[in-house]
Design a protein around this ligand. Sequence first.
Ligand code: ZN
Length: 296
Amino acid sequence: MEYRDYMVRAMGARNAAGEPQVRAFAATTRNLVEEARRIHDQSATATAALGRLLTVGVMMGDMMEEDSDRLTLQIRGSGPVRGLTVTADNQGNVKGYCVNPAADLPPKSPGHLNVGGLVGPGTLTVIRDMGLKEPYAGTVDLRSGEIAEDLAWYFASSEQVPSAVDLGVLVDTDLSVASAGGILLQMMPFAEDGIITRLEQNLSHLPHITTLLGEGDTPEQLLQQAMEGLDVEITGSKPVQYHCNCSRERVEKVLLSLGRRELEGLIAEGKDIELCCEFCGKKYSFTPEEARALLQ
Ligand SMILES: [Zn+2]
């Protein structure tokens, strides 16, 4: 059977009144994490770092209501990778890049890539652009740079939503992605104390997520195991993919955002101006005449 990336959403842990106290997401993302690696030529540890952020990004994107809403996750760190950016919509499209994709560190132990070391101390910013004048943005300090822990901390401290997050990317010896996926569990405001602890315990007792996916477990099965002992109802699923929606019009805006002085300087050099999309690597070229026309 051909492998495909997809995610599921679910509700569960109903209380005595029958209200679900937890909303849950799970995803299998090997193809899209591999696509990012192929585009950016990343080191093993950078593939794991960006893959984890892409995976949680695609699940968080699903929470947004409008098709035009955009989620951006931005990590700035003092580690060798310097930073990571991921953007997602609510239709399963996600894209991202590392500032320094070639950066790498030795593993912490065999099979344990040092993602926290590669990211280093820094901040995580979550931006939700819902077409309003000011996008919603929240920033927290990184907890460990291991991504899952940082997102759980962001949800608890910045959005007051206790959450359990598990993310995994297994990189093969040839640097290709063997498996990738994630689980995101969020408490409803009225959830009873103790549910989050129970879910965290469940996650801590689970084998590593890439082991489960490698054994053929589906996102549905990941959620069943994560919510062991609690009821869980799958409410939807959809394919997820690496997709860049860049266009010449968007790149023109980037060019103009350099400012008149800077752009005039480039035009004066008399050569074609080349811009490369950070997300997909596509090149856009402007002749000095085209650039001058943009300024008018
Ligand atoms: Zn692009």
